[in-house]
Structures are given as C-alpha cells and as structure tokens.
Design a binder for this molecule. Structure first.
Ligand code: BGC
Length: 756
C-alpha cells in the first residue's frame, strides 16, 4: 500500500513538472500533441506502460456504458452505483460511453484520477451526431447545403456544448457512403457520393476537433463505421457486405481517408461482414489500409459488442477467439463486449498473442488521452455547461444550417414563396404541430421542449391579420382516416395549404430500415384528398431517407424536402415558405421512383447495353423508367440560374499536368440566391470500365439578380485517376468528358485529352 502511494505521489509530481514545462511556453519542451507523441506525453506513456499490470492495460482497452448508473436515492441504487464506482477504482475500465453532464462525469473521473492505483483519467464518449443540446439537421440534411464551412461550424457548436458537459470524444462523423435508402442509417451520413462524402467528412472532423482537441470547446472525433457498412445487402442493417476491392477503394474508402488527412483522432470498426471477413476482424482494412498505407496513428474502437459478435459471424469459436482476432486485426478498444478484459490475459499467457500487441493498443489509447489534455485537465467546470448550451448564437446557427439544408423539389408556377399576408393558411399533417419527430435519429440529449415546430414557425412569420388553422389529418402510421374530415374542413377555408408529412424520428437510424419508401400509413391518401379540393398545396416533407413520392411529385404544385431539421425546424421552414430565405439545397442522394429501382445512384457504369427507348434488349425495366425521380445534385431556387460559355483551358494536357474548366453562371430571375455549381468528369475509355460521371468539384456561389460569374475548377491529372486491374491508382491517357451544371443530370459539356 505504502509502495502504491509513493508511486502515485511520484506520478503527481511528475505530472506537475511536465505541466510546468508545457506552460512555460514555446521553446521549453515540445507540445505532446503536435509532435505526435515524441514529447513529454510519450515519456509519460512509456513510464505508465512500464508500471501497468496486464489487467490494467486491458482495462484501458475496455469501454463500458454508463446507462446503468442509477441516481435514485434508494439503498439499491446506491449499492449499484457503488459497485459501478468500484470498477473504476479497481481500474477495470479505461473509457465510458453514454455518461454525460459535468457533475456526473467529474464524479466518475475523480474516482479514476484520485482513487485508482495509477490515476489514469477516463475518456468519455458519446454519439454527438448532429448536436448535443442544440440539435442541428441530421447529417444527410446538412450535406444538402454543400457548404463545408457551415457544416464545420455546426460540428464546432456540438463540440462546445458536449465538452462542457464532460464529453471528450464523439462517435462521429459517420462517413459511410450509402446508396440504398432502405438502410435506416442513410440519415447519419453524407449520402451516395465519395467526393462529397470526403469533403463533408473533413469538414466535420475540423469542426469537432478544431486545431487542438484539448481545447475546452472541442472533442476528439471518430470516423465510422470502418468500413463499407452502408453497402449492407438489401438495405438491411448489419447485413453482409460483398463489394469488390475496386468499389471499396473508389467509393467507400475516400471519406475515411479524408478523415485521416484531416487529423481524425479515432476510427470505429463496423458491424458488417466485409467480403468474408467481418470488418472488426479484418486486417486488410484495419492494418494494411488504415495503418500501413494511410499512416493513421490514433486508436480504433470496435462498434458496440462487434467483437463479441464475431462468434455469431461464425469466424470465432469462442469469445476468446473473437478477442484475439479483433486485437490482432487492429481494433484497440472493445466497446461493451468485455472480451478483451475477460480473455486477452489468458491469450497472452498461453502465447497465442504477444503482449506487444496489447502495449501498442494501450499506447494509442493513452496517446489519445494525452492529446485531449486529460492528464493535465481531467475535470470540467460545471458552471460552463449551463452557460454554453442552447445559447441564442447556437440557435441562430441551427436556423442558418436548417434553412440551408432544405431542398426545393418542385415549384410549379412559382407557388412559393407564399405571401405573408394571405387571408388564411391551413397547416396540416401529422408533422405540423410536432417538435419531437423533426429531431431525427441520434438526438438523444437534445430537449425538444425548446424546439420550434412548423405550425409555430408559420404563425411567427405571417402578418397579424393572417389566420393560421391547423388539423392533424392522420397519424404517421396506421390506417385511421377519421381525421381527414377535419383536415378537409380546415383546408377548404384556406388560401393555401402547407401539408407536413413524412417519417417520424424513429423511422430512420440504426436498425430502422424499411422495405417501402413511400409515405407511411395513410399520409399519401391525405395528400391526395386535400389536393383534390383545389386549394394550392405545398407539401413539406420530413424524413431521414429519400422517399418515393411519385404521385405527389406529379400532382402537387410545390414540394420542400426538409428532412429532420432539429431545434429550429419551424423557423427554417417558415423562412423558406415565405421567401425570407431563398432555398439553395441540392440532393446528396438520388430519389428513386420506387423501391424496385434501388440501388440507384448517378455514379454508375454504362453497361454494354445502356437503356434505350427503341430497343427492348437494353438495361431497363418494363414498368418503370431507369431515370430517378430526382437526381443527385438536384435542387431548385426561387430564382433561375443560366449556364453558358464553357471553356476548357487546353485541348490536350500532358501526364501530371492540369486543366481548368470554367463556365459562366447567371442569375436570370428576380431574387438573389445561392447556386451550387457542380463539376463532373467521365473517362471515356479506360482499362477498367469507368463510371458514366463522377463529381470532381463544386462551388457554392451567390448571385444578385442579373449578376453573372465565371466559375472555374482546376483539375490535376491525379484527380482523374482510377484503380487499374492491378489495383494501382493511375491516370490513364485518353479522352475525358467534363460537365459544369446544376445537377448530375444536366450541364454544359466539354472535352480534353490526357496525352501519353
Ligand atoms: C452504433 C454506433 C454507435 C455506438 C455507440 C452502435 O450501435 O452502430 O454508431 O456509435 O452504438 O452508441
């Protein structure tokens, strides 16, 4: 005991000395974070490692959920909590998830730092996906802004609030490319495209981590789920993924690589089987790609129990097997399956794995703790939490992001924007007077009590004289049409109807997949019934995935895609409905006409028989066109933009050269607005069949009425490459086609050649 105390004292003294050196300023000692572990923190880590027992090491690799801490003031609850604290005191855990709130985190941290043998601080993780208290739009929605700076700012606010509540580490961004809207987790990512996905991955990492994740308003980020989780067969969560190595490299890996390049601190291994080896036991992706090729130096956490699940996958005969497979493949921390703690010591003692494998993982975890500054500053200031959450500035940004996320899908005869001085507006539908569902998936800590629904948003936007009427019409699900009568009675009195329909909060997200993509329940009937009375109808869609809304798209004059927008939903929708904000969002994912077209995405191969109307034996359907309902990159504005005068800087470019492609974009309407100008490329003939189009650049520009701008993109040869038959990334000589346009389906076309 005496010995333990002495060691602890030495440790504290040592920490104080190092802290003093670091505080002394530049020139006196290297920053442990920015030197990547070569400085004092590396010394500290080695010193700790030398003193740690094997059990203590395995604890650092173990993460437990704090869901079971019971705050009730009963003997049972106190006993349970004491048992919980004893595990921390006994250094059985290195990390927690699902514990939040400054007081509570400090309480657990105090036990780890002041009562455990080596005093190593805990790292607290949480799914801060699109906000902590101030809830921003779901990531898929935010991506519609095509505005990485805005997305960075939203992530920074989430980090500020969460860090003040004691969280150090977010399990975000989710950077899985998803091309199947049945998969409930499309809501959490940036859509179908690897280029846009990579830009957004980096933007989110920058927002969460900032320059220095140790700062009081930043978090460590986690790129997840590594990898190809979005490729789940049949869009069913956790299902098998079987993709070629080329598709893996071209489509699924780029956003992860972008996260590494942006300095992301951690990765999470995915649940899915990947070409026969579950991602959590896959040395190809976890070691060969992530460590050896990309040089990632952070740590990898498993997904929840994904190590234990290797037994169900059928590649491990026992939990001990699964622990050995995961750690040797490259998973450093075990989230909630506890097999590392239970079995790795025996695996080492029996010689099946070497302790150096464990040391390597522990070193990575301790390094992350050092990078977060936890050895110097393990606690948070409880005062700060209340001060920084849900501030007017955060809500203002949430409104800005929310309105930038809205996509105008249809606006026949310029029905929108509506006048604020209409006599009567009917706001109908199950999502109109609803603050909870627009929070979307993973909005756990956000309190929707403070949120603004569409009904309230409309009421606060219109003139004093305007009557705003409301009827629900129907529930989100079920067959009950009894509310239609009231909805019709209200609609008949109105000059315009705003009909808010779509999916509830729990219809997308993890394990929330659907086999139909239509409006759930009788909502589509409600739309038809209300539309039939002849009052102008604006459909406001809320959903976590693309929906097949063919009937609505054909008949209803105006449609706004608003996804799940979070706290400021109602204000943002009203801003767009009444023209205070000119919508500029563009889709990051294709909308299918029906579920039978899935997977449908713009970045597809041409096939040997591309669809042709006059030939039956081509790649098409008998009953549905092959084109989407709304293509990737699509979205309208209250003004119109014209594209003209495409220029390509050179007809021929040498290998390693560059080419600049530009076009003039004009605002031809009467309102100022933002346009998202997109650049697509096609390699005409290559050694492996190329996709018909690939996004290679975009710009969000602002144009006043009548204003024109030449928008230029410079592409290097390396931007035009592909993975050849030997899986080498090369740019092959030959002809390239390029387009600059407003979506993946339109644009001015040019050509150039890369010479030999
Ligand atoms: C999800 C992860 C999440 C983790 C922790 C898992 O079920 O797949 O995305 O980060 O739970 O909550």
């Amino acid at each position: 005991m005496q010995e333990v105390k002495t060691q602890r004292q030495v440790e504290i003294l040592w920490a104080v000395l190092v802290g003093a050196v670091l505080w002394a300023g530049p020139g006196l000692g290297a920053d442990p974070v920015r030197t990547g572990g070569d400085g004092e923190s590396a010394v500290r880590i080695e010193n700790l490692l030398e003193r740690m027992t094997l059990e203590e090491k395995l604890s650092q690799l173990t993460q437990r959920s704090g869901d079971d801490i019971d705050d009730a003031d009963t003997p049972e609850a106190r006993q349970k909590t004491e048992a919980f604290l004893a595990t921390i005191r006994g250094a059985q855990m290195g990390s927690f998830l699902n514990v939040h709130g400054a007081e509570r985190v400090n309480r657990l941290q105090r036990v780890a730092v002041e009562e455990s043998r080596l005093g190593i601080p805990l790292i607290f993780g949480l799914d801060v996906i699109h906000g902590y208290k101030t809830i921003f739009p779901i990531p898929l929605a935010e991506t519609c802004s095509w505005d990485p700076d805005l997305v960075t700012r939203a992530a920074a606010v989430a980090a500020t609030e969460a860090r003040a509540a004691g969280i150090h580490w977010t399990f975000a961004p989710m950077v899985d490319i998803a091309r199947d809207p049945r998969w409930g987790r499309v809501a959490e990512g940036a859509g179908e495209d690897p280029y846009l996905g990579a830009v957004m991955a980096a933007a989110r990492v920058r927002g969460f981590q900032g320059e220095d994740p140790a700062a009081a308003d930043r978090l460590l980020a986690c790129a997840k789920h590594f990898c190809a989780y979005g490729g789940a067969e049949a869009g069913r969560d956790y299902n098998t993924v079987d993709v070629s190595e080329r598709t893996l490299r071209e489509v699924y890996l780029p956003p992860f690589k972008a996260a590494v390049d942006a300095g992301v601190g951690t990765f999470m291994s995915a649940f899915n089987d990947l070409n026969g080896i579950p991602a959590t036991a896959n040395p190809f992706i976890l070691t060969e790609v992530l460590r050896q090729k990309w040089g990632f130096e952070g740590f990898v956490v498993s997904d929840w129990d994904s190590i234990g699940e290797l037994v169900q996958h059928g590649i491990a005969a026992s939990p001990a097997d699964s622990a050995r497979l995961a750690i040797t493949a490259g998973v450093d921390m075990d989230m909630c399956s506890f097999v590392y703690r239970a079995h790795l010591a025996e695996e080492i003692r029996s010689g099946r794995i070497s302790e150096t494998v464990i040391d390597r993982a522990v070193r990575r975890v301790l390094k992350a703790k050092a990078r977060l500054g936890l050895f110097e500053h393990p606690y948070v200031d409880p005062q700060r939490e209340a001060q920084v959450c849900l501030t007017p500035e955060h809500l203002a940004l949430a409104r800005e992001v929310a309105r930038s996320s809205i996509v105008l899908l249809k606006n026949h005869d310029d029905l929108l924007p509506l006048g604020k001085d209409l006599g009567t507006i009917a706001v109908l539908g199950p999502l109109a007077d609803n603050r909870k569902d627009p929070f979307g998936t993973w909005a756990g800590i956000g309190g929707w009590g403070e949120a603004v629904d569409v009904l309230a948003g409309v009421r606060s936007a219109v003139s004093k004289e305007t009557r705003v009427l409301h009827a629900k019409g129907c529930e989100l699900e079920g067959n009950d049409r009894s509310g239609f009568v009231e909805a019709l009675t209200v609609a008949k009195q109105a000059d315009a109807v705003v009909l808010v329909v779509g999916e509830g909060q729990a219809m997308s997200g993890e394990a929330h997949c659907r086999t139909s993509l239509g409006l759930p329940g009788v909502q589509r009937d409600l739309v038809e019934t209300v539309h039939a009375i002849g009052v102008p109808v604006v459909v406001v869609l809320m959903n976590g995935r693309p929906l097949s809304i063919g009937w609505t798209a054909e008949h209803v004059p105006a449609i706004l895609e608003t996804w799940h927008l979070g706290n400021e939903c109602g204000h943002a929708v009203a801003d767009v409905l009444f023209g205070d904000f000119n919508p500029s969002g563009k889709l990051p994912i294709t909308f299918p006409r029906n579920v039978g077209q899935v997977p449908i995405y713009y970045y597809h191969k041409n096939t040997g028989r591309p669809p042709a109307d006059n030939d039956g034996f081509t790649s098409k359907y008998l009953d549905t066109p092959t084109t989407p309902l709304f293509p990737f990159g699509y979205g309208l504005s209250y003004t119109t933009f014209g594209y003209a005068d495409l220029e390509v800087s050179a007809r021929k470019i040498p290998p390693g050269g560059e080419v600049t492609i530009s076009a003039v974009v004009a605002n031809k309407g009467k309102r100022p607005g933002h346009e998202i100008v997109q650049l697509y490329v096609r390699d005409v003939v290559a050694s492996v069949s190329p996709p018909v189009k690939r996004l290679r650049g975009f710009r969000r520009i602002f144009l006043a009425p009548g204003e024109t701008k030449r928008v230029s993109f410079t592409l290097a040869c390396a931007d035009l490459g592909l993975y050849n038959a030997e899986m080498k990334y090369v740019t092959e000589p030959g002809e390239f086609r390029v387009w600059i346009g407003p979506s993946s389906a339109e644009g001015l076309e040019g050509r150039f050649e890369v010479t030999k």
